[in-house]
Design a protein around this ligand. Structure first.
Ligand SMILES: NC(=O)c1ccc[n+]([C@@H]2O[C@H](COP(=O)([O-])OP(=O)(O)OC[C@H]3O[C@@H](n4cnc5c(N)ncnc54)[C@H](O)[C@@H]3O)[C@@H](O)[C@H]2O)c1
Length: 272
């Protein structure tokens, strides 16, 4: 095998993609399986996962197994890792790629997730942090015994450009999908949570990095897309596949000297 292939090779490694049924998560499952990994797609919306997997090329699909998981529930996370230990024994990687947006399938403008700051409901604030932040905490804590059996591991937390800069209120118009306060606060916290993991788990040969994507095209209004595009130096919204190179890099030996970092892949959104 050529040297550069070896760097990115994940053959024989088991990786959990939590939130793997989503737009970005599923693209991650595909590329990690393509690189040789056994992928555990864990998600609260198992039906969506099954639908997507049924449309995937058979060779890749057979490397991906689906498990039901609610990352915001300690009981669900504990059961999930117990089952994983019984099946795989150890684990190499974990991608925390979930978020609460009121509706797992679409951008639902009637959801209180999208309420403006003045009216932001405490329940929505709690729910967003329970999933986005506590979920990453429970998953990263729960995975450690399986990483120990592997003599190390790799965690990648998926944050956002909105973990680094504020949501830009000028792009939303009347779309009703204004990125809410709780999203940005949870995503910013995830970046420093990752630094904590990196500095406190390095001696156990565990690396932790963040990947911060920019906005993915998801049938938003023309006005929104045009506004987003105008503020993006590369001149378009992302496709979920645009992040496959970054996850492969962060999960593999190609990034073996990297920990505690936040890799921003956003078409240049945060560059000006
Ligand atoms: N799509 C974007 O424009 C964008 C931009 C920047 C960052 N991100 C981040 O990327 C990640 C993935 O985003 P996406 O666009 O694929 O989102 P998505 O909504 O398509 O997928 C999120 C997935 O998380 C799952 N999920 C929700 N609550 C869960 C829970 N309690 N337990 C387990 N799974 C749960 C959903 O079922 C869904 O499959 C998120 O962390 C998001 O914040 C997305």
């Amino acid at each position: 095998m050529k040297q550069h292939h070896k760097l990115f090779d994940l053959t024989g490694k088991t990786i959990v993609v939590a939130g793997g049924a989503g737009q970005i998560g599923f693209a991650f499952c595909e590329i990690l399986a393509d690189a040789g990994a056994s992928v555990v797609l864990a998600d609260i919306d198992v039906e969506m996962a099954k639908d997507k997997l049924s449309e995937l090329d058979g060779n890749l699909a057979e490397k991906i197994t689906i498990e039901k998981l609610d990352v915001s529930s300690r009981a669900s996370v504990t059961t999930f890792f117990e089952q994983l230990e019984a099946t795989f024994g150890s684990l190499y990687g974990l991608v925390n790629c979930f978020h609460f947006k009121g509706n797992t399938r679409k951008l639902d403008t009637s959801s209180n997730f999208f309420a403006d700051f003045e009216n932001y409901p405490e329940e929505a604030w709690d729910m967003v942090h329970d999933v986005n932040l506590k979920g990453a905490f429970l998953m990263s804590q729960g995975v450690i015994p399986l990483f120990k059996k592997n003599k190390g591991g790799v965690i990648v937390n998926i944050s956002s450009t909105y973990g680094k800069v504020s949501a830009n209120k000028s792009i939303y118009g009347d779309s009703g999908i204004n990125s809410p306060v709780a999203y940005g606060t949870s995503k910013a916290a995830l970046i420093n949570f990752t630094r904590y993991l990196a500095t406190h788990l390095a001696e156990q040969n565990i690396r932790a990095n963040c990947l911060s994507p920019g906005g993915v095209f998801n049938n938003q209004s023309e006005e929104f897309i045009s506004n987003y595009t105008r503020l993006t130096p590369l001149g378009r919204m992302a496709k979920a596949e645009d992040y496959q190179g970054a996850i492969l890099f962060l999960m593999s030996d190609a990034s073996r000297y990297m920990t505690g970092a936040n890799l921003i892949v956003d078409g240049g959104w945060t560059a000006w």
